[in-house]
Write a protein of this length. Structure first.
Length: 274
């Protein structure tokens, strides 16, 4: 990774996703001296992270007097409007505002920032913690190609990056990839419970469910074949897998349930965005 910052990287709100991103950047070669964490009430985990990595921590925005190259907005969405005025005062003419706050629109940041400020809204997901995430980005009209390259370079430190032009699609993105890890984890829970109901010891059933989902994901990531082909590769005509898929692929099976779940998450995202 080649990350050339003209000033510090200021992270406002260093929660799990923020620290995951910064850890990825450190692994990719970013110096801790270039990072400032601004958090008035850092958790014990964040305090330990700051001490361990040798990162400067500023409890109050007023403690800062530098124009950051990037402001990473990672505070909780419900307090963003309280935090943004102070952050906006720090923004220089070339500062990039990179948001990983779920549900907060580009316009909600632009109203606080100077006219012409560059904003990139990003939706990462929790596998970023092991550098296996995927982040979808959308930029405002003031973000230059250099701003976009900078945002993508940073976010690639924790996984894949994709871009969309229509910000309205962010609710669908959140419903699929942002919330998606929870669906997969719930599948593991359900599969383990089904195994126990079929007679397996609960601990063994959970071990099988975890390893099966994790291994299948790794195979999907490594294989050039699509998910449908990999599914067919496992399925012998008239066999046990075919019997199970007959239930999952029925008209009232898994597909309509997942479609309804994603639609519910998308609807809730729109409600939270106002």
């Amino acid at each position: 990774m080649s990350l050339d910052l003209a000033g510090p990287l200021l992270i406002a709100g260093a929660g799990k996703m923020g620290t995951a991103l910064i850890s990825g950047l450190f692994e990719a070669g970013l110096s801790p001296a270039q990072v400032i964490v601004q958090d008035p009430s850092p958790s014990l985990e964040v305090q330990e992270f700051v001490i361990r990595e040798g990162v400067r921590c500023a409890p109050a925005i007023n403690d800062l007097d530098v124009a950051p190259a990037v402001i990473l907005a990672a505070v909780k969405p419900q307090v963003m409007d309280e935090v943004m005025p102070g952050l906006a005062r720090l923004a220089g003419p070339d500062t990039l505002l990179l948001s990983i706050a779920a549900g907060r629109t580009i316009a909600s940041f632009e109203k606080h920032l100077p006219e012409g400020a560059a904003v990139v809204r990003a939706m990462p997901n929790t596998p970023a913690a092991i550098r296996a995430g995927i982040t979808v980005c959308c930029a405002n009209a003031h973000a230059s190609s250099a701003h976009k390259v900078l945002a993508e370079t940073m976010l690639r430190a924790v996984g894949e990056v994709a871009w969309i032009d229509d910000e309205a699609l962010m609710d669908a993105v959140t419903a699929v990839s942002g919330s998606g890890p929870a669906y997969v984890f719930y599948l593991v829970e359900a599969l383990a419970e089904a195994g126990a109901a079929a007679g397996l010891e609960a601990e063994l059933s959970m071990q099988l469910a975890r390893a099966t989902v994790a291994g299948s994901g790794a195979l999907l990531a490594a294989s050039p074949e699509d998910a449908a082909t990999l599914r067919k590769n496992v399925t012998s005509p008239g066999g046990t897998t075919a019997a199970a898929l007959g239930v999952l692929m029925a008209d009232d099976g898994l597909r309509p349930l997942v479609t309804a779940a994603v639609a519910a998450a998308k609807k809730r995202g729109r409600e939270l965005a106002g």
